[in-house]
Design a protein. Structure first.
Length: 94
């Protein structure tokens, strides 16, 4: 079985699923996370991943995590920082 983790960051999902025998491919836009493929997920060609059995997508935790609330990315549920607006646009493209 093959899996794809989009927005892999710390690879928490991939590590857990690999322990279950699932061959994982990680994709993230941040090269510091050392993904298998470093790019924005919306730039991918779905035709390159036809043999994938399971896909996991994680939104940017640096924006949506409870730990990021003090940074003020959102006000009354609306993105107000550039980082939050970019994350929202990326999620809507899905």
């Amino acid at each position: 079985m093959k899996g794809l983790e989009l927005g892999s960051g710390s690879k928490t999902v991939s590590l857990a699923w690999s322990d279950l025998g699932i061959e994982m491919t990680t994709i993230d836009h941040d090269p510091k996370t050392e993904p298998d493929i470093c790019c924005k997920w919306e730039d991918l060609d779905p035709a390159d991943f036809q043999d994938i059995d399971i896909v996991w997508f994680s939104p940017d935790c640096t924006v949506y995590s409870v730990m990021s609330f003090p940074k003020g990315h959102f006000k009354d549920g609306v993105a107000v920082t550039d980082k939050a607006k970019a994350a929202e646009a990326s999620n809507q493209a899905a």
